[in-house]
Design a protein around this ligand. Structure first.
Ligand code: GTP
Ligand code: MG
Ligand code: ZN
Length: 358
């Protein structure tokens, strides 16, 4: 077998392993395994790199701020931003795998051939957000890496509050080990605050942070800013919820930077920017990615759903069966909590709806 074929084979096995989640296990075990497999992948790439004996590299650590087409990236190295390309060997190892470079990745860049900067290594990721293409293999498409939080935005009115969508984003955040932050916007349109409090109570009781905002009255903006400070956040939520308005409110002018980036691309230097990371002037980054606008869950997630549905973590450890699906099992603590009114029946309905649609 040729050396090249051997590599291909190894990568292919890795992908299969990634698609099949290990049975129905305790959530922590599943997530641990995911973590180990990621670390292993990155370590393997680093190992291969060492074996190529390429000498004379001047490696500097940087962070991917934007991913463009043609294997080009904007990389922040200390105070400098450079355009770097993905080194040939990395490309070879990663082309078929699920873990190509993403915005937020920490990388090592070879500076020795400046201005021809080359990304030679991807450092281990603490987490990643991905979506899946709709093909039969549901190939994973990496959206961002090393994210601190997922901001889940829903408007209270116009359009109507969508807790079902919040549930889906919370599941996504739990699966990817990203801290969620719920923002309910347009509270200036709220006429009945008791109704609003009832609407968010389940999430608060389940331990999630909820911030109520309005870009019209500026309510909650300072509180939101404090939560975003020094963290790298991805904004998600339905269309019209007010994400762009909130971002403009938090930092007027930030959108202009986004526009500059696309102008730069239109000049033909690089084509489509897939995602960008923009620095907040109060510390931290906004990760602007077109890929995470829909809370699309993967079919494989059906196995973990009973463990990651928001609020169920307080009850499922008491279910009689370890792999309880909370549908009709005897001794199901989730069903009991629902019957006794501890779990909002609407949230349970949402669980069943998501389950049936996977
Ligand atoms: N009343 C009220 N209207 C708001 C508020 N925030 C945003 N809007 C309005 O809601 C509409 C949609 O806001 P956007 O910021 O464009 O929403 P978005 O989430 O970025 O939407 P997409 O880009 O389509 O995903 C705009 O007409 C805003 O002026 C708010 O706090 N109160
Ligand atoms: Mg918008
Ligand atoms: Zn159960």
């Amino acid at each position: 077998m040729k050396q090249k074929d051997k590599k291909r084979k190894a990568i292919y096995t890795g992908r299969l392993k990634n698609i099949d989640l290990p049975g129905i296990e305790v959530l922590d075990e599943i997530l641990d395994e995911e973590r180990v497999s990621n670390e292993y992948k990155t370590a393997r790439i680093a190992g291969k790199r060492d074996k190529t004996f390429k000498s004379g590299l001047t490696l500097k650590k940087g962070r991917v701020m934007a991913v463009m087409s043609n294997y080009q990236c904007q990389v922040q190295i200390q105070d400098e931003q450079v355009t770097a390309s993905i080194g040939g060997r990395l490309k070879q190892f990663l082309y078929q795998s699920t873990t190509l470079l993403a915005v937020g990745d920490y990388v090592e860049v070879d500076m020795s051939l400046a201005p021809d900067y080359r990304i030679e290594n991807i450092l281990p990721r603490k987490n990643r957000l991905s979506r899946y293409d709709s093909g039969s293999f549901q190939k994973e498409i990496l959206v961002a890496a090393n994210i601190d939080q997922l901001v889940i935005t829903s408007s209270w009115r116009m359009p109507m509050y969508k807790p079902g969508l919040i549930d889906r984003y919370l599941i996504l955040a739990a699966i990817h080990q990203v801290k969620p932050l719920i923002v309910v916007n347009k509270i200036d349109l709220c006429e009945d605050f008791e109704e609003l409090e009832e609407g968010i109570a389940y999430y608060q009781e389940s331990g999630f942070k909820v911030i109520l905002t309005s870009t019209v009255t500026n309510a909650g903006i300072a509180e939101l800013k404090a939560e975003l400070k020094d963290k790298d956040s991805v904004f998600s939520g339905h269309s019209g919820a007010g994400k762009s308005s909130l971002i403009n409110c938090l930092q007027p002018g930030l959108k202009l930077i986004t526009a500059e980036v696309s102008d730069f691309n239109e000049k033909g230097k690089h084509t489509t920017t897939q995602a960008t990371m923009l620095p907040w002037d109060f510390g931290g980054h906004l990760i602007d990615t077109p890929g995470i606008k829909t809370a699309y869950l993967n079919r494989k997630d059906i196995d973990i759903l009973p463990k990651v549905f928001p609020g169920f973590d307080r009850y499922y450890p008491a279910c009689s069966y370890r792999d309880c699906s909370h549908i009709q099992e005897e001794g199901c603590a989730v069903l009991q909590a629902m019957e006794s009114g501890e779990i909002d029946p609407e949230r349970y309905e949402s669980y069943r709806w998501i389950m049936d649609n996977l």
